[in-house]
Design a binder for this molecule. Sequence first.
Ligand code: DGJ
Length: 714
Amino acid sequence: MADGTSFALNGKTVSYRFHVDNTTGDLYGDHFGGSVTGDIPLESVGDVNGWVGTPGRVRREFPDQGRGDFRIPAIRIRQSEGYTVSDLQYKSHEIIAGKPALSGLPATTGSKEDVSTLVVHLYDKYSDVSADLSYSIFPNYDAIVRSVNVTNHGTANITIESLASLSVDLPFEDLEMISLRGDWAREAHRERRKVEYGIQSFGSATGYSSHLHNPFLALVEPSATESHGEAWGFSLVYTGSFSIDVEKGSQGFTRALVGFNPGHLSWNLPPGETLTSPECVSVYSKDGIGGMSRSLHSLYRKHLIKSKFATSDRPALLNSWEGLSFDYNETSIYNLANEAAEVGAKLFVMDDGWFGEKYPRTSDEQGLGDWVPNPDRFPNGLEPMVKNITGLKAANSSTNMRFGIWVEPEMVNPNSTLYNEHPDWVLHAGPYPRTERRNQLVLNLALPEVQEFIIKSISDILSSADITYVKWDNNRGMHEMPSPATDHAYMLGMYHVFDTLTSKFPDVLWEGCASGGGRFDPGVLQYFPQIWTSDDTDAVQRITIQLGTSLAYPPSAMGAHLSAVPNQQTGRTISVAFRGHVAMMGGSFGLELDPAEMPADDKAALPGLIALAEKVNPIVLTGEMWRLNLPEDSNWPAVLFISENGQQAVLFVFQLSANIDHSWPRIRLQGLDAKASYKVDGNASYTGATLMNLGLQFPFDGDLGSQVVMLEKQ
Ligand code: DGJ
């Protein structure tokens, strides 16, 4: 809604308001939080004295640089003359039903019933530069999505040195921030800290969104918990380097910026050209951190992930990586697929090691880039073997096995035919040595010839046999970039490749991966409905990683596998049931082992665990997630998923360590219908009120216990 030059975006329980300051033409923020209606009292800065002038004392919607606001700016432009001052003033606005696409970038989508868009046009008359701020509101999700288009209307080149998709000033001095940090094999650990005076920043300079920090920020009131208090969530729909800055200024406001990493931008903008920022999704919850996550989950399930598999048809799979690694041939891979079928898996995924002609990929030292089957391992190509595997029937079902394959198309080993032929296709900076990580280099996807090569190679593989699943891996960061701007140019090329291939092969179930969760971000989710969450398959550590990931991302998007013991990463031995129960909290349940190597009892448990995973999977894929207890705070982490129509629910409860001579834990549920009655595991029925206020008790005994409980609304 726009009233003159006052703007209001209203959701079910959220209002976002700002106005044009008549004196300066600047946009001032008024409110982002619970619903407000009608006129609002405008904030007054009072008499201004001291070094911080009016621009530094107000809540600015899109803070530009150089005119007295000493806080961190949302945009910094270097003019051809060298100035970095901007004066972006309100010019006009328009309201659009629905949401226009974002040029070349992934974005949330929706019809005009789902979303409407306000575009505010700002203009700097001194430099002839415009900035169009686009705000889309999804009222049913309390979500506001913002992106920015910067256009050079002048006659000389300018450089965009920094650009935040989202910039917001909240009128609170006392907030806490939550982010997701980690590294390889320990992704998505929650970090909660007080917002202090000055700037607190995190981000990625790896070229990708990275394991180190996720492009997500929550700001919460200090007393906020999973189920109480105000929480704002900010999620950047982007896969490249990013930056998130939170600044508490001298006037007590808290500014949040989410966008490009300025260290990887320096974007040259010639006359007549536009730079489009990625979009940032902002959600508000007055029901705590859990409410914030549920808004993001449902928005992403319904309005971000384009795949037809977004919320259905995720077969229980077996992936060959931890079972066979690089060590297989046509016979052993068929045998593993056969074992998978015998225990009830519906999809077999052949991971790394199947390709390379002159440089066969029998280790990570060679072959990347040569996307042809290894002729020693597959003398007749993939087709006959795929035919044999897809001819298998999964146990106790009439379903034929599906077949999937691993690829890492953005990379090349120097030991490869591709690198011999095209050494200039990799990221490199003139004479500087090309640093290898895992013996590989990064192809420059900003180059159209590289994009075409990847599209053709992957299309050829997918057309060569009945392959209906692709795991798309990426195992290193970007080093020697020819220019800082290469990162974003690469992203535009990569999204073009993703878009082309996923549109061409819509029946393929695509899984993203980057040494586990190194690219678990909304940009990837637009094209790939699921992402391998972590290379750490230890079930205890997975609880932390999966619940951390769920802060911003729907459980439907998580790949989670039951692997062998002792665990390859931690050496820990955990019961097969516990391992299975943790894995079935992810939307893509699978096995990552060789059943033939398992103890007989564990192997015998697999069909039952797969059947249970298949039963709970529709609820995990489409339902609402309630994190009841967090592993950071409790010896009894617990998660409840409630189906979309509220008819069914599944509760997962874990005991991490034995608690001798202590009462059995009581888990109180949330999100149920208080008045309704629920049958618990087909036995007794209790009201929602009883289950939420009194809870269920679990008689655990010893270390590492797990329980899965089904609830049926009567
Ligand atoms: C890293 C992935 O995260 C693993 O799951 C596996 O696919 C290996 N790469 C294969 O090289």
